[in-house]
Design a protein around this ligand. Structure first.
Ligand code: T1G
Length: 688
């Protein structure tokens, strides 16, 4: 048959096994022999039933995403599913691992689905800027009902086997040898006799749909789309399943899919899918990683507590160290409270909370870190304090323990030089809240050993973080570019733009919020402290901080916040302050367009990214995209700053940066040579 598919017989039951590592994607070299096998088995009178199973760790995890954007070779998935539904004898999908996207759609073409107890099933196409293009939007509602199908398809979130069974998506859940169970299930079904109704003809769950409730749910989901087209198209396709005959709904699904797959948004989201995986790949052969059994965290404040939770959530015992018993208890109490909030919200069971808390051991004695394999310090952002901590670690940590700093800005080479084992030193820059934010900047210092780096990259994946390896510079990748993005903020205010106008330009671009709302959320005092430490000033933000206006935590920042509310309300006092400061500087306010705001904030962001690439601080342009999408909320539909630069047009960016440099003379607009070369080469790599 094929290297990627085999057919075996267990008596009168045929077992079709797909074997296309690593995730049994429905590549062309699977689809072709699969179609052939199904036709042959359909017409083979000695076959009473057909089981479709997969080798390896998972059932089909979807269409082959690498094939999108290229001419689709026949047979397509839709044709295979249509052929499946011409088979009168019972067809059974045996699902283990993750049946996702086209994988679940293949299973929906079968009369029955049986699943391993640990299996997960979903249609995550929306995360790629797509919708299920193999009939999923028309078949899933027929099994689980339109409302549940809507939520599953628009969220892209998979469900477990038990939930799938309760919802009617799978017909049986088994423990143990799934294929044997599936064969016995199929044989029993065949023995009882048909007819066997294909999913396309099962309208009973659809008829119960309350269309008004469906439309209300769809409208609510649409509000969260934030400019993304795919969620809207997903909802439309599911609605078509309710209101249109099956074949018309299928044609409509196809039309929506074809439009999405060609869209910049889907190209951007598919770019990010592969970029995240690429970022975790280190050069060179497979390196033996160090053993990490216990993690030490120094500092039980906001960052330290969040970091400790991140490791505990990943199943690692954590020794949490503080300078005093009181500080330690405060930190542990905050961790307990955070888990309690999750239990209240239903995202964590009480048992899981107890298990997580049991991972923690508190201490005020560095000697208790002696058995830790990785120690992360999250103490005050001051070089002298960090060096003192590392000096103590150098004395107590076991040989081979990895010593990590959570610094956001400081020079890790300088920290490494202060200990006897620089090869074990690196940065683990978490983003607050560290137990929630996906991004982890892993900072490779000059002397960091390759195995230490490989160990923490692997560890990041194990605790559910998206890791990007970056080099040492002020602010590494994310914060360094953040500074470039914000360097014109005050100038824009003084020249006539209001905080609301600038924030609106950002949210219209697709950001979750603009820089001033973000500043008020994070606390303006953080930036104020950083500026003072570096002898920098920002006349508006500094004045606000001098007035104690730190943002949401003080009820006033760039905006006003009603007691306990988080909704930013423009404050005439702030706008008057801006006007006064502008007048003091002799700046006459003028109308500033959203286009100018984007040019003077996001073009410097891209330009700084180009400088970072040229300096080797980031290995790939796509790594920078991964940082910004996972750490700073860059809109996924635009693919990250460097991917977006390609869409925006590097030549246009260069031209506008030159214009602003001539107009202002400020270095932030000095075009990076790589950006100029990218304009001519068409890609960052080609320009590199
Ligand atoms: N196509 C091609 N390659 C894929 C792939 C896919 N669908 N899924 C994974 N890979 C590669 C991945 O790039 C990596 O490659 C390796 O497999 C291991 O992946 C018509 C249109 C299944 C949960 O969106 O969510 O079906 O880096 O590191 O952490 O309606 O992969 O080793 O070279 O992620 O164990 C819908 C995407 C597609 C599922 C496993 N399906 N995949 O996670 O491994 S569109 C998806 C995942 C579609 C139809 C539509 C995860 C996973 P490399 P990994 P993992």
């Amino acid at each position: 048959m094929s290297d990627f598919l085999r057919v075996n017989r267990d008596g009168d039951v045929a077992i079709v096994t797909i074997d296309n590592p690593p995730v049994n994607a429905l590549s062309f070299h699977v689809r072709e022999p699969l179609m052939q096998a199904l036709v042959e088995l359909r017409d083979d009178a000695s076959v009473a039933a057909i089981v479709i199973a997969c080798a390896g760790r998972t059932f089909v995890a979807g269409a082959d995403i690498t094939e999108f954007g290229k001419p689709m070779q026949q047979p397509e998935l839709r044709a295979i599913v249509a052929t499946l539904e011409t088979i009168a004898k019972p067809t059974v999908a045996a699902i283990h691992g993750t049946a996702l996207g086209g994988g679940l759609e293949l299973a929906l073409g079968c009369h029955f689905r049986v699943a391993d107890a640990g299996a997960r099933l979903g249609l995550p196409e929306v995360k790629l800027g797509l919708l299920p293009g193999g009939g999923g939007t028309v078949r899933l509602p027929r099994l689980v009902g339109a409302l549940k199908a809507l939520k599953m398809i628009v969220s892209g979130a998979p469900i477990g086997a038990t939930e799938a069974h309760a919802a009617g998506l799978v017909d049986a859940v088994f423990e143990g040898d799934l294929t044997t169970h599936a064969v016995n299930f199929a044989r029993e079904i065949a023995r009882k006799g048909g007819p066997f109704t294909p999913v396309r003809d099962r309208d009973d769950r659809l008829r119960e749909t309350d269309l008004a409730a469906f439309d209300a749910e769809a409208a609510d989901l649409a509000k969260k789309a934030r400019g993304l087209e795919a969620p809207i198209a997903c909802a439309q396709a599911v609605r078509n399943a309710i209101t249109l005959p099956f074949d018309e709904a299928l044609v409509a699904e196809r039309a929506l899919f074809v439009k999405l797959v060609a869209s910049d948004q889907s190209r951007a989201q598919r770019h990010l899918f592969f970029a995240e995986r690429e970022a975790a790949k280190l050069p060179g052969k497979d390196i033996v990683k160090r053993r990490i059994a216990r993690v030490g965290v120094i500092g039980a404040g906001t960052m330290g507590g969040g970091i400790a939770m991140a490791f505990a959530n990943g199943g690692y015992p954590v020794t949490l160290l503080e300078t005093s018993h009181e500080a330690l208890q405060r930190g542990l109490a905050t961790i307990d409270k955070n888990y309690s909030v999750s239990v209240t919200r239903g995202s964590l069971t009480a048992d899981a909370k107890r298990e997580r808390l049991a991972q923690f051991e508190g201490s005020t004695d560095y000697a208790d870190l002696a058995d830790c394999d990785l120690i992360v310090e999250a103490v005050f952002e001051d070089m002298a304090v960090k060096k003192e901590v590392f000096g103590k670690l150098d004395a107590v940590a076991r040989p081979g323990a990895i010593l990590a700093t959570n610094t956001s800005y400081l020079d890790i080479n300088e920290i490494a030089a202060s200990v006897s084992r620089p090869q074990d030193v690196l940065g683990l820059h978490f983003f607050s809240p560290a137990n929630v934010m996906k991004l982890l900047e892993i900072v490779r210092a000059d002397k960091t050993a390759p195995d230490a780096l490989a160990t923490v990259v692997d560890l990041a994946r194990r605790i559910g973080k998206v890791a990007v390896v970056v080099g040492v510079c002020h602010g590494f990748v994310g914060n360094r570019m953040l500074a470039a993005r914000g360097s014109e903020s005050e100038a824009l205010l003084l020249e006539g733009a209001t905080p609301s106008q600038i924030d609106q330009a950002f949210t219209d671009f697709g950001w979750p919020m603009g820089p001033f709302q973000m500043g008020d959320l994070a606390g303006l005092d953080i930036g104020w402290r950083n500026r003072k430490a570096r002898g920098q000033t920002a006349v508006i933000a500094d004045t606000l901080c001098e007035q104690g206006r730190f943002g949401q935590k003080t009820g006033r920042g760039f905006y006003l916040y009603e007691a306990g509310a988080r909704t930013p309300v423009p404050d005439p006092e702030v706008e008057a302050l801006i006007r006064d400061k502008a007048a003091e500087k002799g700046i006459a306010p003028r109308a500033i367009s959203a286009e100018e705001i984007i040019e003077r904030t996001l073009y410097p962001l891209v330009n700084e990214g180009a400088k970072i690439l040229e300096e080797g601080i980031a290995a790939r342009a796509s790594d920078i995209d991964v940082v910004w999408v996972n750490g700073y909320g860059f809109p996924i539909g635009r693919g990250g700053p460097m991917f977006w630069a390609g869409l925006e047009g590097p030549a246009k960016i260069v031209e506008r940066l030159d214009y602003w440099h001539q107009r202002t003379g400020r270095d932030v607009f000095l075009v990076a040579p790589l950006l100029k070369r990218m304009a001519g080469a068409g890609s960052w790599e080609a320009g590199g």
